[in-house]
Ligand binder design. Structure first.
Ligand SMILES: [Zn+2]
Ligand SMILES: [Zn+2]
Length: 417
């Protein structure tokens, strides 16, 4: 079997990243949380077969049962119910005080190998190589359905060690040892320096971040509210127990206003990623209220036809149908069962057109979209297309974003024609 050493790793990574002697310059890194360790190991285990991972907190659940009852409740043993005799169990542990396993801030790793009847202990500080009798009794009881641990060997295999000056990378070490176990790597006994540990920390962090939705990631404050939510026009607003509108969208991008620093979903802002990258984004908070139209907007003086072309209306309709363009109005028109209350809320509050022009615009939309079912189409034209066309008109002629258009429309102070 091959032995992997730091030297081997240095052939893969730039030497300066794995330098062993620059510890003095490194700032202390935080301890990994239980969640970080458990999640990373669960992620590693999820790609393997015949391996079961037990999260750190299970030990405490067992321990509480054991010291009071001398047995463990079936509920707390449910994690073990599918284990087969030849399986491997990966069990990260948090230790410090043998008498009270509930407290502790040092991570170690236990690996139960059913294939060779061996319990391998990984501890970067070499302090917890053995398993105290009372804990061993409990483990024998816990695993008794599958294994007779009393006959097993407890060993402390050759492994990497933390440098004595490194007091906070034991979680990184445990994740790394779990990965090495899963890959059946044998390790040379070597001290892993702090800068080398930090490199592994970044590696595990990058692996953990993979697949995390942007909405959840650190790029955005976790309690970010889309400003469009206040107007009830957010494309991803929640609708009680039914989740959110456009719930099938897994990656929701956000944009922040340069002026008011408020956040919007890009779909609610009505801007694309490319547009945002090009320059500054303003949500419309700099538009004075009440808003008065500038006489320069000639289009508004040419009647309905000057506002928007049939081709533009058709393109808008198509983009809504394919969901390339997201709109809470369209979504609720298509899925009225989601929230009748919200659908009612979104009925155009204030029309921006005179009665005469409203009829002309509705006719224009009907001609451009050519709906098949005339009854349904009335709803579609008035509840979805009229407000969407109005927004598109605002965006085009006033050069504002969709959200700013929503604000204007909701203000009810804008009369177009
Ligand atoms: Zn939104
Ligand atoms: Zn703003």
């Amino acid at each position: 079997m091959n032995i992997i050493s730091i030297k081997d790793l240095q052939t893969l990574c730039p030497a300066e990243n794995l330098a062993a002697d620059s510890e003095g310059a490194l700032l202390p890194q935080p301890w990994l949380t239980d969640d970080a360790v458990n999640t990373r190991i669960a992620q590693l285990v999820s790609n393997t077969q015949n391996v079961v991972m037990l999260p750190t907190f299970i030990f405490i659940c067992w321990w509480r049962d054991w010291i009071t009852e001398k047995k463990i409740s079936s509920r707390n043993l449910s994690y073990l119910k599918d284990i087969k005799p030849s399986d491997t169990v990966i069990f990260p542990r948090c230790v410090q005080n043998d008498d009270n396993p509930e407290t502790g801030n040092h991570y170690i790793l236990w690996v139960f190998s059913g294939r060779v009847h061996e319990l391998r202990v990984y501890d970067s500080m070499g302090l917890y190589r053995d398993i105290p009798n009372q804990q061993m009794d409990m483990l024998c009881h816990a695993f008794s359905q599958t294994w007779n641990l009393a006959d097993w060997t407890v060993c402390y295999p050759s492994q990497w060690l933390q440098s004595s000056r490194d007091t906070n990378n034991c979680g990184v070490f445990v994740c790394t040892m779990a990965e090495m176990e899963l890959k059946s790597c044998s390790l040379a006994t070597e001290v892993v320096g702090r800068s080398q540990m930090e490199h592994m920390r970044k590696y595990h962090a990058a692996a953990l971040a993979e697949g995390v939705q942007i909405e959840d990631s650190m790029r955005f404050p976790s309690k970010t509210q889309c400003m469009a939510g206040a107007l009830q026009v957010c494309c991803y607003q929640s609708v009680g127990e039914k989740g959110t509108l456009y719930s099938k969208v897994v990656q929701v991008l956000w944009v922040q206003c340069d002026l008011c620093l408020g956040w919007l979903h890009m779909d609610c802002a009505g801007v694309s990623e490319a547009e945002v990258k090009k320059g500054k984004f303003r949500c419309g908070c700099d538009i004075p209220q009440p808003y008065t139209f500038d006489s320069k907007i000639k289009a508004l003086k040419q009647g309905v036809d000057g506002l928007i072309s049939d081709t533009e209306i058709k393109a808008l309709h198509d983009a809504l149908q394919t969901e390339e363009k997201k709109s809470s109005r369209f979504y609720l028109w298509k899925h009225p069962e989601v929230s009748l209350k919200l659908k009612q809320c979104l009925k155009p509050k204030q029309c921006s057109f005179s009665d005469d022009n409203l009829v002309k615009l509705a006719d224009k939309i009907r001609a451009a979209v050519k709906p098949e079912n005339s009854l349904e189409s009335l709803d579609y034209i008035f509840d979805v297309m009229l407000p969407e066309v109005t927004l598109a008109t605002f965006m085009k002629h006033l050069n504002i974003c969709r959200y700013a258009g929503e604000v204007l429309m909701a203000s009810g102070q804008v009369l177009l024609l």
